[in-house]
Design a protein around this ligand. Structure first.
Ligand SMILES: [Zn+2]
Length: 140
């Protein structure tokens, strides 16, 4: 598959789904994001299969079932878990519409998902696994 076919397909999907796709050369590939309420995807230009799948993933947050359920950034365990569901839903949509799903694309999916899973784990550890507070009188 060529870069131009990836780009043409992403632009076609954007048009079909009333999404404004902005390919911004000043952005890094991992900085892509979607603004679901505005139906806008901002991303690094599509230059290969990995940047293509990131764009499809971000579109999945707007048009994929379950891709956008939270109104604000997650604040607690329940919302962080809901964000994991959003991530999985957006990737599922991306995979379902992609022209192909290559190993580099799967690597990006797994890498990106891990960043969110790690946030959830960090939150859980910080919230529920604190060492018990010690009273002054306990010290001998
Ligand atoms: Zn995402």
């Amino acid at each position: 598959m060529t870069t131009s076919s990836y780009r043409a397909h992403a632009q076609l999907l954007a048009a079909q789904n009333r999404v404004l796709l902005v390919e911004e050369p000043g952005m890094q590939p991992h900085e892509a994001f979607a603004v679901a309420a505005r139906r806008v995807v901002m991303s690094h230009p599509i230059v290969d299969c990995t940047t293509y799948c990131v764009v499809l993933h971000e579109m999945g947050h707007i048009v994929g079932p379950g891709g956008s359920t939270l109104a604000a950034p997650p604040r607690d365990t329940k919302e962080l878990m809901a964000r994991m569901d959003e991530e999985d839903a957006a990737w599922a949509w991306a995979k379902s519409v992609a022209l192909e799903w290559t190993e580099p694309m799967e690597f990006v999916r797994v890498w990106a998902r891990e960043t969110y899973r790690q946030s959830l784990e960090d939150h859980i550890k910080a919230t529920y696994c604190k060492p018990p507070a010690r009273k002054i009188g306990d010290w001998k």
